[in-house]
Write a protein that binds this ligand. Structure first.
Ligand SMILES: Nc1ncnc2c1ncn2[C@@H]1O[C@H](COP(=O)(O)OP(=O)(O)OP(=O)(O)O)[C@@H](O)[C@H]1O
Length: 333
């Protein structure tokens, strides 16, 4: 699993008190036939952040994105994109949004330049060669501008998708599974590119199946399951949880209660009194384990065995999505 990048702190404008750039309230979607794909989703995306939406197959990620992007009609609720209602003020909302789909289906015979120029035209934007040149240069596509798309490598084609999505100068960019099926090197390139885009002021919302991708890139992580948002949290807070380890001591003799002198938030006694569980920060230099063992000795508490365990984001995720109703504690930022 890649290390978590500490290099790019959340930009000031993406703080929790920043106004939402995408505001989703009570969003529902029932498909023809009666299947309820979204069951009252509330979600605010902060201006300038990278938000990763995680969820198992069929959770509702594509439905949610498609509604915000105006591809699928909502059944109920409200979505504002950069202040514009996506139903009543469709055009303005849509022009604030760029969507990078998973696959490039068309334009194989067109040149990079023509296809990007055409995409801009679709939004009724006046031509702006200087802006498109900047987009292509930023994505290292400028040298390829005269080439036909069919002649490009898979990585370059993905860049063209991003260039098309940026062609009309959107402030919000959706990326649907940006690295599905790409090799490790290209994944890293995509991650770097997305971070650069965020740094240039674009708000990024991406869906992914890859938990390490969310760990690496996202400022915040949301988990959707069975059409409901079950967790929204700062990635760093999740990482802090990840850094927590538990030391479990199996006691020689069961305790009826923890001695008062040992009481602390970090130490708990199992219900049957047979185990002591100590939670500590694995990344900290001073775990407190030596002191704990010393103090247990002072109180005559002996143990016969001990083991440590660590929770990972993957575990948190699997626990959240493993059964329809068992979604664990709801954590919302
Ligand atoms: N047009 C449709 N008509 C009926 N049901 C649909 C339609 N589109 C999607 N669904 C159902 O809605 C649910 C959510 O689908 P959605 O594509 O939003 O999930 P997802 O989280 O994007 O999944 P994946 O990760 O597999 O892409 C699924 O059960 C799917 O079968």
């Amino acid at each position: 699993m890649p290390s978590v990048s500490e290099a790019s702190p959340l930009p000031a404008h993406a703080r929790s008190d920043a106004p939402a750039i995408v505001s989703i309230k009570g969003l529902t979607k029932t498909y023809a036939g009666g299947f309820q794909a979204l069951k009252g989703v509330d979600l605010d995306i902060r201006r300038g952040e990278i938000f990763a939406l995680l969820g198992p197959n069929g959770a509702g990620k594509t439905t949610l994105i498609s509604i915000v992007c105006g591809i699928v009609n909502p059944s109920g609720g409200q979505v504002l994109a950069d202040g514009h209602d996506i139903v009543r003020d469709y055009r303005a909302a849509r022009s604030a949004i760029g969507l990078v789909p998973q696959e490039l289906h068309t334009d194989a015979f067109e040149t990079v330049w023509d296809t990007v120029k055409f995409s801009r035209g679709l939004y009724g934007r006046a031509p702006n060669a200087a802006y498109l040149e900047k987009v292509l240069r930023d994505l290292s596509l400028w040298e390829k501008r005269g080439e036909k798309i069919m002649a490009l490598s898979g990585g370059m084609k993905r860049r063209v998708l991003i260039a098309k999505a940026l062609s009309h100068e959107p402030t919000i960019l959706f990326l649907d599974e940006p690295t599905a099926g790409v090799d490790v090197e290209l994944r890293r390139e995509m991650w770097a590119m997305v971070s650069q885009l965020r740094d240039s002021g674009v708000t990024i919302i991406l869906t992914t199946h890859y938990i390490d991708e969310a760990e690496e890139m996202a400022d915040r992580v949301g988990v959707i399951n069975h059409g409901e948002i079950v967790l929204v949290e700062e990635k760093r807070a999740l990482m802090r949880k990840l850094g927590k380890k538990q030391l479990t001591l199996q006691l020689q003799t069961a305790l009826s209660a923890l001695p008062e002198a040992l009481a602390s938030d970090a130490l708990s006694l199992s219900q049957d009194g047979h185990e002591l569980v100590y939670t500590f920060d694995a990344q900290s230099e001073e775990t407190g384990i030596a002191a704990l063992l010393r103090r247990l000795g002072e109180h005559g508490i002996d143990f016969k065995d001990l083991h440590t365990s660590q929770s990972s984001l993957e575990e948190i995720f699997v626990n959240l999505v493993k059964s329809p109703r068992q979604s664990g504690p709801e954590v919302r930022a």
